[in-house]
Every structure is written in structure tokens, then in C-alpha cells.
Design a protein around this ligand. Sequence first.
Ligand code: GLN
Length: 247
Amino acid sequence: MYNLNICHLYPDILNHYGDRGNVIALEKRCIWRGIQVNISNVSLGDAFESCEYDIIFLGGGENYEQKIVLDDLIKEKGNEIKNAINNDKVFLAICGGYQFLGKYIVTQDKRETELLGALDFWTIEGEERLVGNYVFQCDFLINEIYDGKIAGFENHSGKTYLGENVKPLGKVIKGHGNNGEDGFEGAVYKNVYCSYSHGSLLPKNPSLTDHLISTALKQKYKDFVSLQVLNDGFEIKAHNAVLKKII
Ligand code: GLN
């Protein structure tokens, strides 16, 4: 039987708009296929050994929450987060968590704060917030059932710009995405997936959830080939209804 260990980093602090829903979606779609899941909550002051996990999740938070975890994330867990990334662990980072993995953030008062620097992007705070439901296209998620459109909800003032060593997660169809300027949303590097889309990202988009699960299983089990197809009748209806509302 397959087994996946999921680590939820700072679940008590970085959990904007129900970002925890992403962990629940991963868990459910594993359980429905008979894949065992262990979820570990790791927060401020807790030990974090990345080799114990197959999927790591880091949610979003406003500047206030980001300040609370900044030191712990960089000084106590930073090296292990970098190890996880270099060892091809599956990593999902949302909004404030996404920003943390980059090089720095410049706040509205023009102050630059160094961030983890694990990935090649940076964030500049804008004057207006980029808020609302949005849709972006991820071609790598196109299959017989899903068309690669991802429905999300964004709320950020940080505008993120990608360097040469990361690829965008998708192309914005409606909404703002990374910065409201270049038409890109999120970032991908190795098995790290970053997005501005909050809590409902994976529950609303089963194709992305399954992509993360199967990537993690491929990493862990040499004999793993593909995921059992689930009856997604309800999920497809909900996904299409949300898309219709936004586009
Ligand atoms: N503080 C960040 C911003 O507004 C992150 C916000 C969030 O995670 N929702 O850009």
C-alpha cells in the first residue's frame, strides 16, 4: 500500500482564507484511492526534518503573520526547506508562503526584507491590492477530463516577478496573477508549485491536486505508474460552475 507523509508548515499562523483546504483535498483524494496519508503540523519552534515528508505545504498570511514566522522560517527551517526543494520533494506554497521562498520583498515604505532566497523571484508591494476570483491556464494539466483551467481567489498587494530560473505556473485568463502586468501566475521550479490562489485552490481544481499526489508517488515509489481515476462528476460540475461565474 502506498503512503504519503504531508507536512503542513505553520498551520496555526499561515492559513489565510482556509489554505488548510489544500491539505484536506490532498488527503481526501489519496484516501479515496486507498493511499495512506499522515499529516504533520509543524509550527514555530518545532523541529522540521524535510526527509520525513513527501509533500510540504506552506500557506499564506498578511504582513503581520509573515513577520511572526519570518525568523523561524529563515533561521530555523530555511536549510531544510532548501534541502526539500533540492531533493525534489513536492512543495506547494500559497501567496505569503509563495513570497517567502523568493529572494526579497520591498514594502510600500521602500524597505527591503531579505526572504529565503530558495527560488528565483522577488516581490514588490504595490499601492493597490490585487483581489478577486481569477482564472489561469496550466497546459501541463490538460487531460481527457480537465482543460487545464484553474479557478482561484487572490488577495495580495505584493507583486511578484519571476527570474530566469523559474517558470510560471500558468497564464492569466481573467484576474491579476503574479503582478497584474506580465500575464503570468505563480511559479514552478523542480517539484515546487507556487500560486497566489488561496484555500480553495486544490479543492476547486482536482487536476492540480492529482498532479501533486502523482508527482509525490513517482518520487517515492519506483513501481508507481498512475493514479486510479476517480468519479469526479460533482467536482467537474463545481469546477465548471465556478469558471462560468468568473470568465
Ligand atoms: N502580505 C502579502 C501581500 O499582501 C501576502 C498576502 C496573503 O498571503 N494573502 O502581498
